[in-house]
Design a protein around this ligand. Sequence first.
Ligand code: FE2
Ligand code: FE2
Length: 251
Amino acid sequence: MSSNNRPTDIGINRTGIALSPIDGPLMAEGASAAPPSSTGSARDAATVRLQYAVEAGDFGHMPPPLTLRGAANTAVELLKGTKANVLLDKLGERLAFERTGVRFYDGLIIKFEASGTWEGGPTLEELVAFRDDEARHFDLMVQTLTALGADPTAMTPSADLAAVEGLGVLQVISDPRTGLAQALHAQQIAELADVAGWDQLACLAETLGHTELTAQCRSALAQENLHAAAVARWLKAHAEIAARGELSAAS
Ligand SMILES: [Fe+2]
Ligand SMILES: [Fe+2]
């Protein structure tokens, strides 16, 4: 079970060199007397990293196309060539991101149930509604990829990248010690990236002539803008209440 302390209450925290007025300066002295490594410098480390970057190869590839039989003729036309692969990669990215977004909200709902909310914070209904938005966005990507004759279960390079990028957010939300506000602070990163992702996909779809998809992406973008604004509003209210010393222990 969670403790009754708020994160901003004073507790066991031994960081900060000023707590050690004698050993602190001695350590700083020792650090400046000894070079970081007797055999290498920061420049040498950068040279090694550069070598790895040149030799390491790519971060994933697109899967080969499925048979186009069964896909609508216009979709088949639009699916040909490099442009189509760029679009399929970005569709795969949004699919992966929205799927993870549903899981993020599942985690936030658990935080809500564990510790409740605060004045100006989210209601359970809002969290559930946002979770449902993410699920609908995921479903839109599944339908879009399927209509284009692509496999929605394929992990595209951009999908893989987005999954790795989201690991920090996932760790914060799934950590049983974090509260709802701390988890929402992580979610804010996801929502801001979500807004940027839908905006980019809408622009790409428009450039490639997918009129209906462009409209669908703009509609999702409008919902993501609401998510991002709501999360920012909830966090501001939380910080203000905390600063006034009016936060209940669990929040
Ligand atoms: Fe989303
Ligand atoms: Fe969202």
